[in-house]
Ligand binder design. Structure first.
Ligand code: NAI
Ligand code: MN
Ligand code: ZN
Length: 336
């Protein structure tokens, strides 16, 4: 089989690898489509603090179960599945309170163990979720990015009367827009980015109004509107303080960033308005929820996709994804 292997930081190869066999409790997935995420690029360049090398990357993927290990029902062979990359122990403190996404022995497929940019992947059977027929193969790898939005919105509890503000109109911001509008019916969703092309995508994904903060600070453009729900999907460390300053009293703020740089913020800016801060990492068993949203047509994954490439063009696909955010959003790889 062919797999995209990052041998060590900076060294990406499309390598021939030995066939995989599913171990006890695992299934083997013949991968059909996989989507590129910023974290794949980070692992390539050695900028992901969690990655171990060599690594087969890819944590957003779809395929068909073609073999099962011991203790897995052989009737699962042939199932069309989307794979949850979060592998958790099920009994530690975070797992016991419904946060397997921060399990004390968390393993992320494509980061800590080999992933889906490959002809085949082996994964725990419980991580492979059966898809309904009306989710097409070519969009099925996009369940995973929507689970990020599902997770943070589960904490933020959006209401129709919210005025939401989303920082960043990349894949994460766009999935958040779609979920706020399509699932929660939020009346007003504002989006800020510095790239006009990304703001155009935000409108196509359901934003009500967009702002470009490349030259003029957002505060000078909001005309006194105070967002009641803010999601930082741009993740610059300076955003938290700006969000707190712009927020309505009693607003909720959701953070997705992993920067190691400090964010400077005063207690006063948070406590005087009694702001609630939520952080969210990956997803805590949100695949069934997102699959349901897709099945019901509440979200439109096709609106994120700008490119398809065959697996063997991986380097070209990753480079375009990395270097060209003006023309590129979700890039999907097709296996042979
Ligand atoms: P992206 O880089 O495609 O999108 C970020 C967008 O924010 C870009 O369009 C950029 O122009 C814009 N931006 C940057 N600085 C800005 C600023 N100061 N004000 C307004 N807009 C600004 O990235 P993607 O894939 O959408 O991911 C966004 C962030 O979410 C990344 O930092 C990533 O690490 C994080 N992330 C977090 C996850 C989690 O589970 N917590 C999962 C996936 C991504
Ligand atoms: Mn991802
Ligand atoms: Zn655990």
């Amino acid at each position: 089989m062919k797999s995209v292997v990052i041998e060590r930081p900076g060294e990406l190869q499309l390598a021939q690898r030995a066939d995989l066999q599913p171990a006890h409790g695992e299934v083997r997935v013949k991968v059909k489509f996989a989507s590129i995420c910023g974290s794949d690029v980070h692992i390539w360049h050695g900028h992901n603090p969690f990655a171990k090398y060599p690594r087969v990357i890819g944590h957003e993927f779809f395929g068909v179960i073609d073999a099962v290990g011991d203790a897995v029902d052989s009737h699962r062979i042939g199932e069309r599945v989307a794979v949850d990359p979060v592998v958790s122990c099920g009994h530690c403190y975070p797992c016991s309170v419904g946060k397997p996404n921060v399990c004390s022995t968390l393993q992320v497929i494509g980061v800590h163990r080999d992933g889906g940019f490959s002809d085949y992947a082996v994964v725990p059977a419980a991580n492979a979720y059966l898809l309904p027929d009306n989710i097409p193969d070519r969009l099925a790898s996009l369940v995973e990015p929507f689970t990020i939005a599902a997770n943070i919105t589960a904490y933020l509890q959006p209401q129709p009367q919210d005025t939401a503000l989303i920082y960043g109109a990349g894949p994460m911001g766009l999935t958040a827009i779609q979920v706020l509008k399509g699932v929660y019916g939020v009346k007003r969703v504002l989006v800020v980015d510095r790239l006009p092309e990304r703001l155009q995508l935000a409108m196509e994904n359901g934003a009500d109004r967009t702002f470009n903060n490349a030259d003029i600070p957002l505060a000078a453009q909001l005309e006194g509107v105070q967002p009641t729900l803010i999601i930082d999907a741009a993740c610059h460390p300076s955003i938290m303080a700006e969000a707190a300053a712009l927020a309505s009293p009693a607003a909720r703020i959701g953070l997705l960033g992993f920067s190691g740089e400090p964010s400077t913020i005063t207690q006063q800016s948070l406590t005087s308005k009694e702001l609630s801060l939520f952080t969210s990492r990956l997803n805590s068993k949100r695949f069934p929820q997102v699959i349901g949203w897709m099945e019901q047509g509440l979200i439109q994954p096709e609106k994120l996709v700008t490119h398809y490439f065959p697996l063997h063009d991986i380097e070209q696909a990753m480079t375009l994804f990395e270097k060209d955010p003006r023309t590129c959003c979700k890039v999907i790889l097709q296996m042979s």
